[in-house]
Design a protein around this ligand. Structure first.
Ligand SMILES: Cc1ncc(COP(=O)(O)O)c(C=O)c1O
Length: 500
């Protein structure tokens, strides 16, 4: 390490211990009241944008986004569907971005947007922070992105995560959240010598064979498991969100047939809190896991670091046995995935060629490369030093309050709530439809299609008004979202809601 870097390092180490962070979540939503409002939203006709106004929104894309349109047409020739990410917004066509700085994005046609997508969550500091980029460039100049051998930042990042996350003594870095989930399931099975894995219906844990099960909507089981043999999901089960009785029954049943290896939860509730958990839910799941000897896995791919250095486990004061991380872990740089956990459990992931102990095999050529590690290390340090999660949380609160006021003033049935910097704006309610049993699922199938289209229209209308959201129903705020940015956004949302 050169001298200036050493000084920065010392400063940073001191600042971690002395830094005061504020809670990212100022108040847990009133879950009972929220579920009542979800029911009201999906039990009434949709409140979509008026047809004339929607035609104007689409006209905007034709007149102002020709560069994106051309690129999107080219993309369709060589990329299936023209988009690479499952959540990439493509109505009426995907917008192609050129610049990303702080709170804003600029597309190839020069249109500027407030960025509430944040690449799907990882850029808590805002886009492209110079302080992190400078450190990444230093490492790139020195050794390029990868050597395949141990690098100092690999250790520093792991150390920082262990200091920050209460349930993490050791860390294994991998390539993505999906990889880390796969590894976590294998680890839990290897450690417990059991097979069953219980997830919560509607939760998204990436696209591994075992966990494309009950995805996005509860009780949908293998509905999306196209190309996945039945055997791959044969030991995966789902429970309805917040249903502790059902979880206990599954654990009891599994006890008679080999036992449950793990219960995996998104700690805010499925789909980043789209269906929020009761405040004591995670603690009760922990108790059930202890009673039945199952490991508790927290999927903190979204919540890790976005809810503060200690993630959701610090917020709920519940220690999982295994934590899955991703997204913010590498500050938006590529290769963001990690498994963390209790030392005793983690020791079953020992790496290296010479290892002879019984282990769960995970790995990857580019895992823990210096580029991702230096990016993650400085992104997490900066986030702690600047209290990014707390400040992004306050931005989320301000946005939620403003949106709730607009919705109320305009007499709309939309539901807005937030957990810090994760803001849910439910207008079509497609993810809130009652699919709690097969009959209900069959009944809402056609309606789900219509409601999904409404969500696409809302997303397009937001974009036409300079707001990029996650699939038209979720918003991530960041440190870069000052009061001015949020107030500007609120005026834009008001213009959109005027069209309903
Ligand atoms: C809770 C959760 N787990 C896992 C994943 C998968 O992570 P990745 O997209 O990095 O594979 C995601 C991605 O959105 C997620 O939200």
């Amino acid at each position: 390490m050169n001298a200036p870097d050493k000084i920065l390092q010392q400063h940073v180490d001191q600042s971690i211990s002395s830094v005061e962070t504020t809670p990212a979540i100022s108040q847990w939503p009133d879950v009972k009241e929220l579920y009542g409002r979800f029911d009201a939203l999906v039990n009434q006709p949709m409140r979509s944008i008026k047809r004339g106004a929607m035609a104007k929104v689409l006209e905007h894309f034709e007149s102002r986004c020709q560069g994106s349109k051309r690129l999107a047409e080219d993309a369709k020739r060589v990329i299936p569907g023209g988009v690479q990410h499952n959540l990439a917004f493509n109505y009426p066509f995907p917008l192609a971005m050129k610049e990303a700085q702080g709170a804003h994005l600029t597309d190839v046609d020069g249109n500027r947007y407030i960025d509430f997508l944040q690449a799907g969550g990882p850029t808590l500091l805002g886009s492209n922070p110079a302080s992190v980029r400078a450190k990444v460039n230093e490492v790139l100049d020195e050794c390029g992105p990868v050597t395949g051998l141990l690098h100092e930042y690999e250790v520093k990042l792991a150390d920082l995560i262990c200091q920050s996350m209460p349930g993490v003594d050791m860390v294994r870095l991998l390539g993505s959240g999906t990889e880390a989930v796969m590894g976590a399931v294998r680890l839990a099975r290897a450690y417990t010598d059991r097979k069953w894995v219980i997830k919560i219906g509607g939760a998204y844990h990436g696209w591994s064979d075992q966990l494309v099960y009950g995805m996005r909507l509860p009780s949908t089981g293998r509905m999306e498991a196209v190309g996945i043999p039945r055997g791959a999901t044969a030991y995966t089960q789902e429970c309805l969100p917040n249903d502790l009785g059902a979880l206990r029954r599954k654990l009891q049943l599994n006890r008679l047939r080999g036992g449950t290896a793990a219960v995996m939860v998104e700690p805010l509730g499925p789909e980043s809190g789209t269906r929020p958990v009761h405040p004591d839910y995670n603690r009760q799941v922990r108790a059930l896991c202890d009673e039945f000897g199952a490991l508790l896995i927290f999927d903190e791919v979204v919540t890790g670091f976005r809810l503060g250095p200690g993630g959701a486990q610090a917020y709920f004061d519940v220690k999982p046995d295994i934590t899955v991380m991703g997204k913010c872990l590498a500050g938006g740089y590529p290769m963001a995935g990690a498994i963390g956990g209790r030392k005793e459990v983690m020791m079953m992931l020992v790496g290296g060629i010479g290892t002879t102990s019984k282990r769960a095999f995970v790995g990857g050529t580019l895992s823990a490369n210096p580029l991702s590690c230096v990016a993650g290390y400085y992104a997490l340090l900066e986030a702690q030093r600047l209290d990014a999660a707390g400040k992004a949380g306050r931005a989320g609160d301000r946005l939620q309050r403003g949106l709730a006021e607009i919705v109320e003033r305009r007499g709309l049935p939309y539901v807005v709530y937030n957990m810090g910097s994760i803001v849910h704006l439910q207008t079509s309610g497609v993810l809130l439809l009652d699919t709690s049993n097969l009959y209900k699922l069959w009944r809402v199938k056609a309606e789900a299609k219509e409601r999904k289209h409404m969500m696409e229209e809302m997303g397009a209308a937001y974009s036409a008004h300079g707001l990029i959201t996650l699939a038209g129903s979720r918003i991530y705020t960041s440190l870069a979202d000052t009061d001015e940015v949020i107030d500007d956004a609120l005026n834009r949302f008001d213009e959109v809601f005027k069209l309903v």
